[in-house]
Design a protein around this ligand. Structure first.
Ligand SMILES: Cc1ncc(COP(=O)(O)O)c(C=O)c1O
Length: 385
């Protein structure tokens, strides 16, 4: 191992521990675990000839996600971003509206809002959950918004939706956020892209508002290669999401007629075949993640470094594990040393409110988000089998 050029031997200790855990020279941040019936289902899918957007595997994974989450309806999409875009359309968010979200998230959260022609408002996250802070949400609304005719307005702009995100699989204080949204006439949509398998007070993430979405990108806890899912308990929303994501085609044996401008957002059957195998092993994967998180927690406690553990009332999937360093300088020292030594680590995202496309958007102090973004380091989190 290359010698740590920094003052503290901390980086060396961390990298040594992770290399021992994984017993490997080069360690990715998160790689998929493809050890179940993936091959079998993919062959089966190819055998049927139904490799595109129609096929039994797509229906199967929709049923699987309904069962896992307890949601009445699940609609498979080509990505988590597509699912989020679709959720906003189905919720009736319009161009010129404002949508409240959090600054600490992947860019897709804000992009989906922009696809509609709406603008994101960034309210701060909670220090413990790293997801939207209900206190910050309430303070923002009280100081900047009014209710007219049961609807929320920010100046003359309608605040039509709120999208909290469950950061790295930790569920934020979503019941309180749901309560605030209800009081203010704002539709709640959960960006649960990272939190398949995570619950809050015993209810699966994604189930607290009108709709929730998951991502099955290659780096997620269960992958379809690329894909997403919208969940909802509302039959009309589910029907609309399915119709619009399949080009708004009117069902007919041979005629092509479409009743509105739709989207080609349906998950292909080939991707669903992979996902079906992944979902069969979700419980095993969740247990293995928890074991790894426990080992990390013990190690970092001895080292005196804060390892991010599940917040109150949340059972986390521990999708992407992380630590909070003392400051940005020590964060960058560790990132540089680990990546130079083939242990992949990364910082949390650059805050969405600081990206050039979103710098002009309304935001509060974003104080906690800035603190966390300066200090978080995500560490290798692949399941060790
Ligand atoms: C918080 C969050 N939202 C949305 C997405 C978008 O999902 P996808 O990559 O499947 O489009 C992702 C992940 O990729 C994510 O982490």
């Amino acid at each position: 191992m290359q010698k740590c050029k920094y003052s503290k031997p901390l980086c060396e200790e961390i990298v040594r521990f992770i290399k021992n855990e994984y017993n490997s020279k080069k360690i990715p941040l998160h790689s998929p675990r493809l050890l179940g019936r993936e091959m079998e289902y993919l062959w089966q899918c190819i055998d049927t000839g139904y490799v595109s957007s129609i096929g039994e595997f797509v229906n199967d994974v929709e049923n699987d996600i309904s069962k896992i989450t307890g949601a009445k309806y699940a609609v498979a999409m080509s990505s988590g971003t597509a699912a989020l875009h679709m959720a906003l359309i189905c919720a009736g968010v319009k161009a010129g509206d404002d949508v409240i979200t959090q600054p600490l998230s992947f860019v897709a959260t804000a992009n989906a809002i922009s696809y509609i022609g709406a603008s994101p408002i960034f309210v701060d996250v909670d220090m413990e959950t790293m997801g939207m802070s209900p206190q910050s949400l309430r303070e923002f609304l009280l100081s900047n918004c009014i209710i007219k005719g049961g609807k929320c307005y920010h100046g003359d702009r309608r605040v039509s939706a709120c999208i909290p995100m469950h950061t790295f699989g930790m569920v934020c204080e979503i019941d309180e956020i749901a309560q605030i949204c209800q009081e203010w006439g704002i539709t709640l949509i959960e960006d649960a892209a990272e939190s398949l398998g995570s619950t809050y007070k015993g209810t699966h993430s994604g189930r607290f508002g009108l709709a929730g979405i998951f991502s099955f990108n290659g780096n997620k806890i269960a992958t379809s290669g690329g894909g997403g899912m919208l969940i909802t308990d509302d039959e009309n929303i589910a029907k609309m999401a399915k119709h619009l994501s399949t080009t708004a085609k009117i069902a007919h044996q041979y005629e092509y007629d479409h009743d509105q401008i739709g989207y080609n957002y349906r998950m292909p059957n080939l991707n669903a075949a992979l996902l079906k195998a992944q979902l069969e092993n979700l419980d095993l994967c969740l247990m293995a993640k928890r074991r790894l998180a426990n080992r990390y927690a013990r190690f970092f406690e001895i080292l005196g470094v804060k390892f991010i553990t599940e917040p109150r009332e949340c059972i986390s999937n521990y999708w992407l594990m992380g630590i909070v360093m003392e400051d940005r300088v020590s964060r960058d020292e560790l990132l540089e040393f680990a990546n130079e030594n083939d242990v992949m680590m990364r910082p949390a995202w650059k805050l969405l409110s600081e990206l050039r496309m979103y710098q002009h958007c309304t935001k509060d102090s974003n104080k906690n988000a800035k603190y966390l973004a300066d200090r978080i380091v995500n560490i290798p989190s692949s399941v060790i089998s």
